[in-house]
Design a protein around this ligand. Structure first.
Ligand SMILES: [Zn+2]
Length: 86
């Protein structure tokens, strides 16, 4: 873990305020666009955003770090921010 303690606490508090069930739960995300909007289609993971079937699993903090590196900003939890167009 390379994140510093303050950053982790801030993320942790954000998640707890929003929805406890996400806290440190493994997440499945799209390997191409990092979307968490993954659907199970006939036993295969399918990205609702870009149609990729290539998914990965990690913890939420690693995913948020990847998201920040990709999009240059932190993930927020509004529906609009789930609509990412590449
Ligand atoms: Zn995708």
């Amino acid at each position: 873990m390379t994140l510093n303690g303050t950053y982790i606490m801030e993320l942790d508090n954000t998640w707890k305020r929003r929805d406890n069930k996400y806290n440190m739960e493994p997440v499945i995300y799209c390997a191409k666009c990092l979307s968490l909007d993954i659907r199970d289609i006939e036993g295969k993971d399918y990205c609702e955003k870009c149609g990729s079937t290539e998914t990965k699993t990690t913890d939420i903090f690693t995913w948020m770090k990847l998201y920040r590196e990709r999009y240059g900003r932190d993930f927020t939890f509004s529906e609009e921010d789930m609509e990412i167009n590449n």
